[in-house]
Design a protein around this ligand. Structure first.
Ligand code: GN1
Ligand code: MG
Length: 367
């Protein structure tokens, strides 16, 4: 996009300093991101983002959620007497016209936040950064445990297992891509069916009132955290999917991405597996900051959460394969099937580690 257009967009927001340059930042696949540089050394730089309106249909709700969450965390940090608060929680800039945290320009939704200086993100996880990640996501949930507003569901039924299975069953009955009768598809469908009831137990417990929804991040990958130059976590970022959910979302989705030995689309199924070293480090960090508010039923079901997310992602990838590859970008025709199969193999590895996971959690609780 042209500098002048971008400058015009930034001028809608109540910034300080003189904007001198705007350049692309990062490699996000969902939103478009730019760094906005100001001329004066003592004025902040900014991050400008166009929010993907197809993935997030209600941008107003997304920004109301983010406003509530960042305001609440900021208050907690102030009350705790923390320093350097502007690097520990995101700070969005309101528009000049109506004070909202986003501006609609030519049908696109834009927002602006303060750039956090001297901070980095990481792509890969070792045990050390997994322990930090566990602590940081646990602390994030803990700080939000008493948020006074009801947050909206920015993607409806995003992590609802019953809904994801229903989507799969619908596409199986219509078979729009003519792929349902492939033998390997039939095999995965049977394996999915065999576990369906067990995997929907969170939804049942939710209905029975024994399992609460809490404010969760819902996209807990390690690259959604900022670290300082001493390798300490500063804050959690990418807050678009923050919404009420079972805590299994944040715990399970981190392990799904962080504890698989290989990437989610690695086609060598013999290399897929669940890394117990990452599991132990992440669980230790998570329990350290979250056990003060977690209910026994939540802790007991952490191994279930570790299985639920590979299972759910297997269902979602298979659904997209059978739909004709409409949601995830594919580099070759079988790509979504390979992803689904990879997640199925990860699930089997998680299942094989159930006893060891339970034993580890019991030991941690006894400490
Ligand atoms: C999508 O775009 P990304 O990589 O952050 C998806 C996640 C899936 C993930 C699988 C909004 O996340 O739920 O786990 O792909 N996000 C959305 O690669 O659907
Ligand atoms: Mg993301």
């Amino acid at each position: 996009m042209e500098q002048n257009q971008l400058k015009h967009i930034v001028s809608q927001f109540a910034t300080s300093g003189t904007i001198c340059e705007i350049k692309p930042l990062g490699a996000g696949l969902i939103n478009d991101t730019y760094k906005v540089i100001t001329a004066e050394p003592d004025e902040p730089d900014y991050v400008l983002q166009r929010v993907n309106h197809n993935v997030f249909p209600d941008v107003d709700m997304v920004m109301r959620n983010i406003d509530a969450v960042t305001t609440h965390i900021r208050k907690k940090l102030e009350a705790a007497g923390e320093d350097d608060i502007d690097r520990k929680v995101l700070h969005f800039i309101p528009t000049k016209a109506d004070g909202k945290l986003y501006a609609v320009i030519d049908g696109s939704y834009w927002r602006l936040m303060v750039f956090i200086p001297n901070a980095i993100t990481k792509q890969a996880v070792d045990a050390e950064s997994s322990r930090d990640a566990g602590r940081a996501f646990g602390r994030f949930q803990a700080m939000l445990a008493d948020i006074p507003v009801q947050l909206g569901e920015t993607i409806k039924d995003f992590h609802n297992m019953e809904f994801r299975l229903q989507q799969l069953r619908e596409v199986v009955s219509k078979d729009p891509a003519g792929r349902v009768h492939e033998p390997q598809v039939q095999y995965l469908l049977q394996e999915i069916d065999a576990r369906a009831e067990e995997m929907c137990k969170a939804e049942r417990m939710g209905r029975e009132g024994t399992l609460p929804k809490r404010v969760c991040h819902c996209d807990t990958k390690v690259n959604n955290m900022m670290f300082n130059d001493r390798n300490e976590v500063l804050c959690v970022i990418d807050l678009d999917t923050v919404m009420p959910n079972f805590i299994f979302s944040d715990y399970g989705d981190f392990l799904r991405t962080g504890a698989n030995f290989v990437a989610e689309d690695n086609a060598d199924m013999s290399a897929v597996g669940f890394n117990m070293e990452i599991f132990r480090a992440f669980t230790e960090g998570y329990l350290e900051s979250a056990r003060s508010f977690l209910l026994p039923v939540e802790i007991e079901n952490l191994p279930y959460a570790a299985a639920l997310f590979p299972y759910m992602q297997c269902v979602r990838f298979l659904w997209d394969y059978l739909s004709g590859d409409k949601y995830w970008k594919c580099q070759y025709p079988e790509h979504n099937f390979v992803r689904a199969n990879n997640q199925y193999h990860l699930l089997k590895s998680v299942e094989a580690h159930y006893p060891a996971m339970k034993a580890f959690i019991a030991e941690e609780l006894a400490k």
